[in-house]
Structure formats: structure tokens, C-alpha cells
Design a protein around this ligand. Structure first.
Ligand code: CA2
Length: 184
């Protein structure tokens, strides 16, 4: 499942209106590089979330807190506005989608990526390779602190490519990571 949050929908609508206005027929352009990307990307931060994080707030609140991913997206949008940033919050249960979105963030010239890759953090050489292959800096984010949990969570392939990490603060991990991204 892919989840796009409110900011994504707003961006897509804005892009659709912008493109529609500027094509002779008034129909949507299929231009793969819409001009809005160049205008907004310097302040754009992708927030990518991996498997099972769509269930946040519904189970294991003692580990992950009671905020849903939509709640976190709202917090990030508010803080982003204060910081003069824009956030693009997405979630997928599929490793390849996360790889594609890292490439997309790079192609868009995004300012940073906040990445909570969920359990793929501890298994995915594909994500490490993607992080190493792009110019956009990636900050690793976790709700819990994996180092204080089971030994299989102590290895982070994402961490081997990331420029920094924020963990163990629940939903606030994302907000603190966004503040770090603002300073990059
Ligand atoms: O602490 C984190 O943010 C994690 O990335 C969460 C992952 C876990 O595999 C990592 O070791 C640390 C798990 C996400 C699962 O999300 C759930 C949400 C609600 C209920 C159950 C799982």
C-alpha cells in the first residue's frame, strides 16, 4: 500500500492546476519534469516511511506511541511552515517504492530526506545503495531506539549511508529530524 499525505495531494493538485493553465489545450501535460519542481524543491523535505508504519497508533503504543502517521504528518506540516520548509510525507510496505522515492527526491533536488525504513532499516542493502547513490542527504529516523531492543535491530544499513539519525523520541523524532534538515 502506498499512502500519500495531505501535502502530497495539495502538491499534486497545485501541479495539475499549474500545468493545465500552461498547455494550449488546457489539458494536463505529461511533461515528466513539471516546472513546479524547480521552483519549490530547494525547501522540500521528503519524509519516507517503510513497512507497517501505516499501522502506527493502532498497536504497540508502549513502543511506538499513540500518534498515527497522519498525526505525525500534521505535526511535520506545522513545523515545516514555521521553518520555511515543505514536507512530502509518504509510506509504503514495499522496499522498491522506498528506493524509487529516494531517486525521485534526488531528481527533484529535494533539500533532504527523513527516512524511517521500519524493519528494512536492518536488512536492506538496496536502500543503503540508493542512499549512497544520491546527492540529497538522508536523515535516519526511528520512533523507538533500536539499540535498546532486540539484537537483530542493532544493525542499520540505512545508518551506514545517512548523514545523521534521530531515534527514541516517539513522534518527536520526526520533528527533531526536520529541524536538523532545516540546518543542512
Ligand atoms: O522505531 C522505529 O521507528 C522502527 O523503525 C519501527 C519499525 C522497527 O522494525 C524498527 O526496528 C524501528 C517497526 C515499525 C512497525 O510499526 C508498527 C506500528 C504499529 C504497530 C505495529 C508495528
Amino acid at each position: 500500500m502506498i499512502v500519500l499525505f495531505r501535502s502530497s495531494i495539495a502538491r499534486l493538485l497545485a501541479a495539475a492546476c499549474e500545468l493545465g493553465r500552461n498547455t494550449p489545450s488546457g489539458k494536463l501535460s505529461r511533461d515528466p519534469a513539471p516546472r513546479y519542481g524547480a521552483r519549490m524543491s530547494a525547501n522540500l523535505v521528503y519524509v519516507l516511511n517503510g513497512p507497517n508504519l501505516n499501522l502506527l497508533g493502532m498497536r504497540e503504543p508502549e513502543i511506538y506511541g499513540s500518534d498515527t502517521l497522519d498525526d505525525i504528518a500534521g505535526m511535520l506540516e506545522d513545523r515545516a511552515q514555521e521553518l520555511g520548509l515543505e514536507v512530502e510525507v509518504r509510506q509504503s510496505n514495499h522496499e522498491g517504492h522506498l528506493v524509487d522515492w529516494l531517486h525521485e527526491a534526488n531528481a527533484e533536488g529535494a533539500k533532504a530526506v527523513l527516512l524511517n525504513a521500519g524493519a528494512y532499516t536492518h536488512t536492506s542493502i538496496a536502500l543503503l545503495d540508493a542512499i549512497k547513490s544520491i546527492k540529497v542527504p538522508v536523515i535516519e529516523v526511528h520512533l523507538s531506539d533500536p539499540m535498546t531492543r532486540e539484537p537483530f535491530r542493532h544493525v542499520s544499513y540505512v545508518g551506514m549511508g545517512a548523514v545523521g539519525e534521530v531515534k527514541g523520541l516517539g513522534a518527536q523524532s520526526y520533528v527533531v529530524a526536520l529541524e536538523k534538515a532545516a540546518k543542512l
